[in-house]
Design a protein around this ligand. Structure first.
Ligand SMILES: CC(C)(COP(=O)(O)OP(=O)(O)OC[C@H]1O[C@@H](n2cnc3c(N)ncnc32)[C@H](O)[C@@H]1OP(=O)(O)O)[C@@H](O)C(=O)NCCC(=O)NCCS
Length: 193
């Protein structure tokens, strides 16, 4: 635990291309650089075809309000934020863990906005990010399961299955990416017990 309350989680390097691994940190201090870095990462990932709540083309500014909503929740302790940085300290990956407020659902939380910068995808960083997320969740008192949803049709179910999640539900056509273009909303689950 750092003096500012943040928690560093060592990335388990499974890099297939080069020696670079990401350094993961939970709930780092929020400043303008972090906000801008996250907006840019979110926009770059979306514009490369990533399924994280927007459709391309999108600008960092169009994403800012959604990010600020997450950050307000982080500040209130209802959301935990996991950030991955490259060897230069640039924000290269991220995910949010949202705690449930419902009294009967406080034993699990939801993982949102799982993203790795397009220039770094396919090198094992996504798996490292999910491993750091799982490790962080296991360290959170009372959390015994993780839930995740993803857009169907992109192969993401296979990625999450390789990270230990199993598909537990699917809402057919529940995501509309454009008029007449519907995608399934897939729910995945991981027991931590
Ligand atoms: C999904 C994402 C986080 C995966 O990160 P990554 O760094 O590219 O993934 P990794 O290199 O760790 O891949 C791990 C394994 O999953 C597979 N995989 C990754 N993305 C995949 C996809 N979209 N479809 C099928 N398999 C995929 C890889 O081939 C690899 O398999 P292998 O070990 O058998 O070779 C990243 O591609 C991303 O940010 N995508 C855009 C945003 C997005 O859609 N996020 C999901 C929100 S629900």
């Amino acid at each position: 635990m750092g003096p500012d309350g943040s928690l560093k989680i060592a990335g388990e390097c499974s890099d297939k291309v080069g020696p670079m691994s990401l350094t993961f940190e939970m709930d780092p201090p929020v400043d303008a650089q972090l906000r801008d870095g996250l907006c840019t990462l979110w926009a770059d990932v979306t514009n490369a075809g990533g399924a994280i709540g927007f459709v391309p083309p999108v600008t960092p500014d169009a994403i800012r309000q959604d990010l600020l909503t997450h950050l307000v929740s982080v500040d209130a302790g209802r959301t935990r934020m996991l950030i991955g940085r490259d060897e230069h300290g640039a924000i290269a990956a991220g995910a949010f863990l949202v705690l449930n407020t419902h009294r009967l659902k406080r034993h699990w939380c939801s993982v949102y906005t799982v993203m790795v910068h397009p220039s770094l995808q396919g090198r094992g960083h996504g798996r490292d990010l999910m491993s750091a997320t799982e490790k962080a969740a296991r360290g959170m008192e009372g959390i015994t399961a993780l839930r995740l949803t993803c857009r169907g049709g992109l192969g993401l179910e296979q990625f999450y299955a390789s990270c230990g999640y199993r598909e537990v539900g699917r809402l057919p056509g529940a995501i509309k990416v454009a008029d007449g273009e519907l995608r399934d909303d897939v729910t995945l689950w991981m027991d931590l017990a």
